[in-house]
Design a protein around this ligand. Structure first.
Ligand code: GLU
Length: 428
């Protein structure tokens, strides 16, 4: 989230500028790519359950569509800002490019807190968002998806409103739909699993047996839970999870030295990924301060929450045991922390590569919608693994050959692809 000291869009632009310089990108291309092509800001009036009216602010940023329709999620968050959405839209462009799927980048948001809204009120926000954006989104120009605090149900309400407006069925308008309503099997697991496919490949390159590793995870939402699931399946042990308590909304680190148990922790977690601290304590979890997740004596850190979590301050307490950081979240690491990671020689799997599994599966969902023929889960996950592994190897090869930091290597591949598409179209 944006704070006085931290602006995610400035960070995204700084990262871009550094690589644009390395690539000797011409001024026209730089100017085009460091900003969004289009932005929409609008109001969504809602009749609340108590009969009063409330107006919510909504956004959609279409950063770039040279390689295909804009693609990216819609977030519901009380601290949503224009600059956060701008940064996230830009990262979506690089994400789709680095895994080489024919899509551009976009992101949307609504300033609201679903914790304090009934399902009927949330439905109105979704329908209002679709009404405001109906002329400027669609399977051929911009395809939304779930993100922080939005789910398959939210997507279905938006789809329904869009189809009523269009007077026809457009299952490809939105992804992350419920299975059986145009959704793809494996979409829920995709981001977390995708992260672990890249972690698996990185460990192979480092000659480390995944079964001998331990990890600490920030977050316990959709990405974190499925990352832990697959990492456990591969034999890894998660010793700490940092997450907010569902009652006091304060974050804590939940620790169990013998390894956290996913099913048990899930049983005390609400649908927003908030853990019940009291119940966790009863289950034998040690409750530590929020930032303690980064101070654990582990091999792997998986920041799977939000932006600005691995920063100049928190990185100071990172242990020498850490060999790998896999960024499940978007923009979790600031440039100051990046400098420390580089200096320590920790292997980094950068966000827009590490968490590209979600959008890759969204792309598979679009393909299935277009065919009106749906694949088995096994087939979806195999295709996802192939795509993620291939993208990871391309980035890590480049990083090794050119002695580039992994984040820069991923940027070099992504920006080159998007800049080429813009040039080929004659835009710059
Ligand atoms: N919200 C996810 C992301 O940040 C998925 C986007 C999508 O599926 O379009 O990558």
């Amino acid at each position: 989230m944006e704070t006085k000291e931290f602006n995610p869009f400035k960070m995204a632009q700084t990262q871009f500028d550094g690589v644009a310089k390395k690539l000797n990108l011409d001024e026209g291309s730089s100017d085009l790519l460091r900003n969004a092509l289009r932005e929409f800001h609008f109001s969504i009036p809602v009749r609340m359950d108590d009969g009063t009216h409330k107006v919510f602010r909504g956004f959609r940023v279409q950063h770039n569509d040279a390689r295909g329709p804009s693609k990216g999620g819609i977030r519901f968050h009380p601290q949503e800002t224009e600059d956060t959405v701008r940064a996230l839209a830009m990262w979506m462009t690089w994400k789709c490019a680095v895994v080489d799927i024919p899509l551009g980048g976009g992101k949307g948001g609504v300033i609201c807190d679903p914790h304090n809204l009934s399902m009927a009120e949330q439905e109105q926000i979704c329908r209002g968002w679709a009404r405001q954006m109906a002329k400027n989104v669609g399977p051929l120009n911009d395809v939304p998806a779930p993100d922080v605090m939005t789910s398959a149900q939210h997507m279905l309400w938006m789809l329904d409103e869009f189809e009523v407006i269009q007077g026809a069925k457009y299952p490809g308008f939105i992804t992350g739909k419920p299975v059986g309503m145009g959704g793809s099997l494996g979409r829920t697991e995709a981001t977390g699993y995708g992260l672990i496919y890249t972690v698996r490949e990185a460990l192979k390159e480092m000659n480390i047996d995944i079964k001998q590793t331990t990890a600490s995870v920030q977050g316990f939402g959709n990405v974190a839970q499925f990352a832990i699931e697959l990492y456990n399946e591969y034999g890894g042990k998660v010793v700490a999870v940092s997450c907010w308590d569902q009652n006091d909304q304060t974050s804590y680190t939940f620790k169990k030295n013998e390894g956290i148990k996913l099913a048990e922790l899930r049983s005390v977690t609400d649908k927003f990924g908030g853990i019940n601290k009291t119940k966790a304590e009863e289950l034998g979890y040690e409750i530590l301060d929020a930032n303690m997740w980064i101070e654990q004596e582990v091999d792997i850190l998986l920041p799977c929450a939000i932006e600005n979590q691995v920063n100049g301050e928190t990185i100071k307490n990172i242990k020498d045991s850490v060999k790998l950081i896999g960024e499940g979240a978007n923009g979790p690491t600031t440039p100051e922390a990046d400098a420390v990671i580089k200096e320590k020689g920790i292997f980094l799997i950068p966000d827009f590569l590490a968490n590209a599994g979600g959008v890759t599966c969204s792309y598979f969902e679009q393909v299935q919608c277009n065919m009106n023929y749906y694949w088995e889960k096994k087939e979806v996950l195999e295709k996802l693994d192939t795509k993620m592994t291939h993208a990871f190897k391309a980035v890590s090869d480049l990083s090794r050959k050119r002695k580039e930091y992994m984040r820069d290597a991923a940027y070099i591949i992504a920006i080159s692809r998007v800049a080429k598409a813009c040039r080929d179209r004659g835009w710059v």
